[in-house]
Design a protein around this ligand. Structure first.
Ligand SMILES: Nc1ncnc2c1ncn2[C@@H]1O[C@H](COP(=O)(O)OP(=O)(O)OP(=O)(O)O)[C@@H](O)[C@H]1O
Length: 266
């Protein structure tokens, strides 16, 4: 359970980015965090992972608190972070080394390392590329390697911060499929995204607006009841079709009635 308790954050005093933010993400949840550009989504993600510390309030993973230096490393070990640009994370020369590097950092016993790395590469269908150079892979493959490097460390929560935004449709689909299957396997997924189609995948949507939570709940109610355009967000295609059909439903009802009166079944 990851809890934000009255979190306030600013980069520059007097210019708050997040104000008095409180919510809890339960183990096994799949939550999307959405909001207009610059509303503080990435800042929130970094606070959740302990990359940034709140100016006021607390971020806790169960009883561990990011503001206690002795507990921060434990929290960071239990939460994985996938960035927008996987290349920012690559520092070694092969895919396998990239995954092993993370394991070395968290001091996994040497005899366990190769097995864990292979298992993680298999989970993202990249084991055949273990000896490839990361920089020669496609965008989607690079992001899958970045995910494997995180998976090998066996986190409980993975935060995807705009992790699909640089990918082509196929790469995006592959990463979304991985997120879905990780969620099915019990992993807690926090997905920060601009893409409302992707947000629809989540079971819960949190909308950030002007440093506060403007919505926290079901994705269907979110798209149905909220003036989504007011937040500079686009409705997913499927929701637009659904709303259009619903608007036209009276016409269809009349049409059926007209058919029934014109050609009554005797
Ligand atoms: N390192 C930084 N130093 C100073 N200000 C920053 C820094 N990082 C972000 N900001 C500012 O904090 C605010 C929130 O930024 P953040 O990147 O968290 O928003 P976001 O919702 O993720 O944006 P986007 O959707 O454009 O990625 C913005 O006004 C941004 O300019």
């Amino acid at each position: 359970m990851l809890t934000l308790d009255r979190v306030c954050f600013y980069y520059k005093k007097g210019e708050p980015v997040l104000e008095n933010l409180s919510f809890t993400v339960q183990a096994g949840e799949y939550a999307a965090i959405v909001g207009p550009n610059g509303c503080g989504k990435s800042t929130l993600a970094k606070l959740m992972d302990g990359l940034l510390l709140p100016k006021e309030g607390h971020v806790r993973l169960e009883h561990l608190d990011t503001s206690r230096p002795a507990e921060l490393a434990q929290i960071r070990g239990r939460i994985g972070f996938v960035f927008q640009n996987p290349e920012d994370q690559f520092i070694t020369t092969t895919v396998m080394d990239e995954v092993l590097f993370g394991l070395e950092n968290i001091r996994v016993p040497r005899e366990e390392m190769a097995g864990r790395a292979l298992e993680a590469l298999r989970a993202v269908q990249m084991e055949e590329h273990a000896e490839a150079m990361p920089h020669q892979l496609s965008g989607g493959q690079k992001q899958r390697v970045a995910i494997a490097a995180i998976l090998a460390m066996r986190p409980e929560i993975i935060i995807f911060d705009e992790a699909t935004s640089m990918l082509d449709p196929l790469g995006r689909k592959q990463v979304l499929d991985i997120m879905r299957s990780l969620h099915r396997a019990g992993m807690t997924i926090i997905h920060i995204t601009h893409h409302m189609e992707e947000a629809l995948e989540a079971k819960r949507i949190l909308l950030l607006h002007e440093g506060r939570l403007a919505y926290d709940g079901d994705p269907f109610r979110f798209f149905d009841e909220l003036p989504v355009a007011d937040y500079h967000l686009e409705l997913p295609f499927s929701v637009r079709v659904h709303q259009k059909l619903r608007l036209e439903a009276p016409f269809h009802a009349d049409w059926k009635e007209a058919v029934r009166t014109q050609w009554p079944i005797s």
